[in-house]
Write a protein that binds this ligand. Structure first.
Ligand code: GSH
Length: 251
């Protein structure tokens, strides 16, 4: 079988949900970390898409490139032999959760980028590791540039944080209501649970055991108000990880 390559951003909610699906189905892949602005040409080469927007996660198999998390999860389900994450009879429902959580994830990205930009330590921690530690202070403006780039690319330069928080909160309320103290959103474990759990990464990041974050980034990604209000969901997410996440190939 051809080697699979997954391009991603370790800390990204979209990358995490794609990785979880591949790991669930025990599909082996080589993981390649994307660095916004810098490695975009690599993504274009790998996908042969030379124009238009491009983002990670991207899964490249021998013949094809899957360029968003939903299509990667669907591919994992078609290829793997373990319990389906998008069961055929629940496809519409699972897709609706993907779309809903995507809205909260986009809002979370705005909030996390803003709080990173307000913390000198988080800005330095967000710089790629190939910059030696002692040079990072010098390159701190690059973090501002990266934030401006993401703001332009994903159209959130003029976003209002309180509005974005409201969007996240609405989605979390829906997750709480649908869970209603159950273990899974749709009766059995499915991708709906994965995308909801990934959304919570930018409310209160999961243990380093599953997704390694530098302390300053962990702090910047934590929304203390929502983490407190939705501590029941964080508890649910932690249990889901403990029971279902298994070993990640990308750590
Ligand atoms: N709809 C896409 C969303 C992916 C996305 O927004 N990726 C962002 C994560 S922050 C990204 O690639 N950012 C880095 C860049 O644009 O270079 C999916 O489901 O995979």
């Amino acid at each position: 079988m051809n080697e699979h390559r997954l391009y991603g951003l370790t800390y990204s909610m979209w990358t995490e949900q794609a990785r979880w699906a591949l790991d669930h189905h025990i599909i082996r892949y080589k993981y390649i970390e994307h660095i916004p602005m810098i490695t975009t040409p690599l993504l274009r080469l790998a996908t042969r898409r030379f124009t238009g927007p491009i983002s990670v996660p991207i899964l490249v198999t021998g013949e094809r490139a899957f360029t968003d998390s939903w299509s990667i999860v669907a591919y994992a389900d078609r290829t793997g032999h373990r319990q389906k994450l998008i069961p055929f009879e629940k496809m519409e429902e699972v897709k609706a959760w993907h779309t809903l959580c995507d809205r909260a994830q986009q809002a979370n990205r705005v909030i996390a980028t803003d709080s990173t930009m307000h913390s000198e330590e988080a800005k330095l921690a967000s710089l790629p590791d190939f910059f030696p530690e002692f040079t990072k202070n010098m390159f701190s403006p690059l973090a501002d540039l990266a934030a401006a780039y993401l703001g332009m690319k994903y159209n959130f330069r003029h976003a209002i944080i309180a509005e974005e928080k409201k969007k996240v909160r609405e989605v979390l309320l829906k997750i709480r209501k649908a869970l209603d103290k159950k273990s899974f959103l749709l009766g059995d474990f499915s991708y709906a649970d994965i995308t909801a759990a990934a959304t919570l990464e930018f409310v209160s990041p999961v243990s380093d055991k599953f997704l390694k974050l530098k302390p300053a980034i962990r702090e910047a990604f934590t929304q203390k108000d929502l983490a407190t209000e939705f501590s029941d969901l964080i508890e649910w997410r932690d249990k889901l990880y403990a029971d279902k996440r298994g070993e990640s190939q990308a750590l």
